[in-house]
Design a protein around this ligand. Structure first.
Ligand code: MLT
Length: 269
């Protein structure tokens, strides 16, 4: 990456982020779980001429410190608003989150609506967990503390990508595995509990009356394209686009297609 990772004090922790700067529309990229800012490296490279890109490591993830607050979706949303304050970004931004980044997006819209110009939700859900999923998260949260982050990598890597990505882009798979292995087990465990307790955002969707682009990998096993189409229909200004041949990590698996979708949306809405 040509733009360096820098850091600043935000509330009770040190947040690492990349800010490409310039007088362009701001695109805030929010990573999934248990990942860091590097999952957006292809968007940093491909969209820097179109946008001022701000891409943080959320508290506890990447090289950001943990602080003392709960690792809830609400805390992350408030941290992002505080980062924008620190960077003196007062104009509304394009919020773009993948999966957990999208769950944080619902909280950002609920509590910082005036800061959002439009929203891009990649491979995410509005519904909260059913009982089976919540229970599986709680089991993983306990086990990761004794077995380490390897347990999360082994459990998640087989679900994150489309079939072809494992054979055709093994470097993408391996770099994602590395990021998971570098995430603290305690952060993975706590976040699993927070994810299992997150809000059901479906009843809020009709309130979010701003342009919204829903992007989903055709083979996403975690956030299904059919569910994302329903979210797009429920949002007053929602639009759905599918990424053929990609899985849950569509922006990493097919960056050219996703970058074109983001570019066109930011320019036209
Ligand atoms: C993510 O990519 O952020 C996770 O898959 C979210 C989740 O576990 O629901």
């Amino acid at each position: 990456m040509t733009h360096p990772l820098v850091s600043t004090e935000v509330d009770d922790f040190t947040m690492a982020y990349v800010d490409t700067g310039g007088d362009k529309p701001v695109l805030l990229l929010v990573h999934g779980f248990p990942l860091d800012h590097s999952m957006w490296k292809q968007q940093l490279g491909g969209l820097v001429d179109n946008c001022r890109i701000i891409v943080p490591d959320l508290r506890g993830f990447g090289v950001s410190t943990r602080g003392a607050k709960p690792l809830s979706m609400r805390t992350h949303a408030d941290d992002l608003a505080a980062l924008l304050d620190t960077l003196a970004v007062s104009t509304p931004v394009t919020f773009c989150g993948l999966s957990m980044g999208g769950y944080i997006g619902w909280q950002f819209l609920a509590h910082h609506y005036a800061r959002v110009r439009n929203i891009i939700l990649c491979d995410t859900r509005a519904a909260n967990d059913d009982e089976v999923t919540a229970r599986a998260r709680q089991l993983m949260a306990n086990k990761v503390l004794t077995d380490g982050s390897q347990l999360a990598a082994d459990g998640m890597i087989p679900k994150l990508f489309a079939d072809a990505t494992y054979t055709e882009q093994p470097d993408v798979v391996e770099s994602t595995r590395e990021v998971i292995l570098n995430t603290q087990p305690s952060v993975i465990g706590e976040t699993q509990i927070e994810l299992s307790q997150r809000i059901d955002a479906r009843s809020l969707l009709t309130d979010f009356d701003l342009p919204a682009l829903l992007i989903c990998g055709e083979q996403d096993q975690i956030s299904r394209a059919s569910e994302m189409k329903d979210i797009a229909t429920s949002l007053p200004k929602g639009e759905f686009q599918e990424v053929p041949g990609a899985g849950h990590m569509a922006p990493l698996e097919d960056p050219d297609t996703v970058n074109e979708m983001i570019r066109e949306f930011v320019q036209s809405s």
